[in-house]
Design a protein around this ligand. Structure first.
Ligand code: G3P
Length: 218
């Protein structure tokens, strides 16, 4: 399973990248706003900066919600860097735009996926990725991981090449569940990725190794 980091924060992107296991980045308008980045020029500069840090796909989301404007905006985003993936919301004009982009060889990430039917439409339109939102379904007492499993099964059954990119990941446990569900990618906060490292037996085992080494070497 590939690891993407779900942030527009350059320090966090650098830190995750330095671990050596980062495969890409996802952003969204809320994450860009959180970093105080406003205006098209600044957003574009920021996407290019992210692409210069990470060797992998970087999702940049369109703000437009009508077909013509999505095409214009997405085409401009795709020209910023070869690793840019145009992120498009799962609405009717978004599905049409994904179809257009896929025919032009522009890669897409269909976002705000909350049902297998939405994922099916995005895959049929030729999306490179679909992003089911795990945490937001859990927030409303639904089961986000179950949706990931259903989409993975459906894509395998019908042979779709679209990758399942589990998004709205909130915890280390979610990452483990995404692996079990067969997600192609999980896009995660840095804290959840770092949480994978934690195990008390690793810490106590290392302390014992070092103490035993010191006994005979001092
Ligand atoms: O990029 C979309 C996404 O991962 C949203 O996460 O935590 O705002 O539900 P969250």
């Amino acid at each position: 399973m590939k690891f993407f980091i779900d942030t527009a924060n350059l320090d966090q992107i650098r830190e995750a990248n330095e671990l050596g296991v980062l495969d890409g980045v996802t952003t969204n308008p809320s994450l860009m706003a959180k970093e105080g980045i406003k205006g098209v020029e600044n957003c574009n500069r920021h996407y290019v900066e992210i692409c210069s840090i990470v060797k992998g796909d970087v999702s940049a989301e369109v703000i437009a919600t009508d077909y013509e404007s999505m095409i214009k905006e997405g085409t401009a985003l795709a020209t910023l860097h070869p690793n840019i993936v145009v992120k498009v919301p799962c609405i009717a004009d978004g599905i049409k735009a994904i179809k257009y982009f896929s025919e032009k060889g522009i890669r897409t990430n269909c976002t705000l996926i909350f049902s297998p039917g939405q994922a099916l439409l995005a895959a049929k339109a030729g999306a490179t990725y679909v992003s089911p939102f795990v945490g937001r379904l859990d927030d409303i007492a639904s089961d986000g991981i179950e949706l990931v499993e259903k989409i993975v099964d459906m894509f395998n059954y019908y042979g779709f090449e679209t990758q399942v990119l589990a998004a709205s990941i909130r915890s280390t446990q979610h990452i483990i569940q995404c692996i079990e569900a067969g997600a192609d990618v999980a896009t995660c906060p840095l804290s959840a990725i770092k949480g994978l490292l934690n195990h008390p037996l690793t810490d106590s085992g290392l302390q014992k190794f070092l103490a035993d080494h010191k006994k005979v070497n001092s």
